[in-house]
Ligand binder design. Structure first.
Ligand SMILES: C[S@@+](CC[C@H](N)C(=O)[O-])C[C@H]1O[C@@H](n2cnc3c(N)ncnc32)[C@H](O)[C@@H]1O
Length: 177
């Protein structure tokens, strides 16, 4: 069913799927990168925080532990990802929504962050939405990986094709988002 604004489906799926192997990959990635990212946020104990594209919620759970007197909300597009979310904490909740049209009023959060959520098809719109829901003097944090920065050894001449076709690549990889 089109959602009206972008003609996207309300039941859109996470592009990498929700197979156990993929969930395991996400969990491993979280174990490797969460600590430094959570430190980087420099949260206050009563901060109100939004994670955009919260996936399985593992990062959000660590963030919630750093803001025990605040609240953390994870917004996630995929119903399957939400259903697979296992973490529970009293100051943490998850809800379905689109990064490009966040289901929150303006000036709502002290901190808004997004980690590898593949919103690159319309990054300016995603950023504008994050800014809209941010309180005055709030902070936005974004961590994204750049697969076009892959390096090969020994040299792989055809890897330059990624650069030439980057727009096509990005469009196709974001097609279900
Ligand atoms: C690679 S996972 C990362 C999850 C989490 N941020 C983490 O670090 O573990 C990306 C998540 O962003 C979600 N996502 C992608 N586009 C989205 C959008 N437009 N709105 C909301 N969630 C989105 C995907 O469904 C997926 O669960």
């Amino acid at each position: 069913m089109p959602d009206g604004i972008h003609g996207r489906r309300a039941d859109a799926v996470y592009i990498h799927g929700t197979a156990e192997s993929e969930q395991g990959r996400l969990a491993a990635l979280n174990r490797l990168t969460n600590q430094s990212f959570v430190d980087f946020l420099e949260l206050k104990r009563n901060d109100s925080v939004l994670e955009v594209g919260s996936g399985l919620g593992m990062l959000a759970a660590e963030v919630a532990a750093r803001a025990p007197h605040g609240e953390v909300v994870g917004v996630e597009y995929s119903a399957e990802q939400l259903a697979a979310t296992k973490v529970t904490q009293s100051n943490l909740r998850f809800q379905q929504g689109d990064a490009l049209r966040l289901p929150f009023e303006a000036d709502r959060f002290d901190v808004v962050y997004c980690v590898t959520s593949r919103t690159r098809r319309r990054p300016a719109q995603a950023l504008a939405e994050m800014h809209r829901v941010l309180r005055r003097n709030g902070k936005v944090f974004i961590q994204e990986n750049n697969i076009l920065a892959n390096e090969f050894y020994p040299d792989c001449p055809s890897s330059t094709l990624f650069g030439e076709n980057s727009q096509d690549f990005n469009d196709s990889s974001a097609a279900t988002l």
